[in-house]
Design a binder for this molecule. Sequence first.
Ligand SMILES: Nc1ncnc2c1ncn2[C@@H]1O[C@H](COP(=O)(O)OP(=O)(O)OP(=O)(O)O)[C@@H](O)[C@H]1O
Ligand SMILES: [Mg+2]
Length: 280
Amino acid sequence: MTAPILSARRLTQSFASRAGGWRRRVVRAVDNVDLDVCEGETLAIVGESGSGKSSLARLLLGLRRPDSGQILYRGEDFSTLSPARRRAYRREVQAVFQDPAASLNPRLRVQDTLAHVMLHHRLATRSTVRDAAAAELHAVGLTPPDNFLARYPHQLSGGQQQRVAIARAMALRPRLIIADEPLSSLDISVQTQLLELMTELQQRTGLGFVVISHDLGAVDSIAHRVAVMYRGRIVESGEQALRRPQHPYTKALVNATLIPDPRLARARHHLAPAEPVPSS
Ligand SMILES: Nc1ncnc2c1ncn2[C@@H]1O[C@H](COP(=O)(O)OP(=O)(O)OP(=O)(O)O)[C@@H](O)[C@H]1O
Ligand SMILES: [Mg+2]
């Protein structure tokens, strides 16, 4: 296994519960999590709704501070990174979110979205940035790029928007993309295409992914390793976590196929061959 690019050590974050009246309960969204994400691997994080996946992702992305514990970027404590190392982290670790429409600025044309990040990180100059943006669109399958550069997000389909979001991340030559439910707002056929794109980008560039997903089938098809979260903790992780689950919660997740996303569940149902459903 290669060296970890990002690690969590006893990472913990609590929130005052959103639910419930006058007595404020504290929810441990992330509870003592230890995790290593290595160069070039795809680590999937699965678990039911509310198990803490997004909270963990936000901590790993440096979007929130943990209550306690550490994040290590290439072995260095995140909270004491020098400005130069922090810039390197900001470039090397990128995010892709569930709702591409919300993660793209609606007032920016695709070329400006890409130019913005490339100029900011000095990966292009004013004179080269248009060609560089076109190359990034090409790399994510938005071809010919000239058809897309001048469009606004609302002029794109959901799948195309997510490709732009991936292009924006890829433009920075990341070593790791943290993707929180990147496919779950998209149609099944588009999901398949984007899974293929992610695999292709990984093969071409050797970048790693942390993918959060409700879709155990999709996870199983792309992940090298799976971490199962339950109530803020990682209860099980490994290459075989879904195929040979050891923890009762993982077994329940796999067997009962808890599919909390009702849209996906419907789509599945629609696609699934007619099988008698055991009435237990
Ligand atoms: N900003 C916040 N304020 C208060 N509570 C929060 C906040 N963010 C998350 N939580 C709580 O922390 C717990 C974990 O939430 P989180 O969003 O990380 O779960 P998740 O696994 O991503 O769920 P989902 O699959 O629905 O996206 C939940 O109980 C949630 O209500
Ligand atoms: Mg979430």
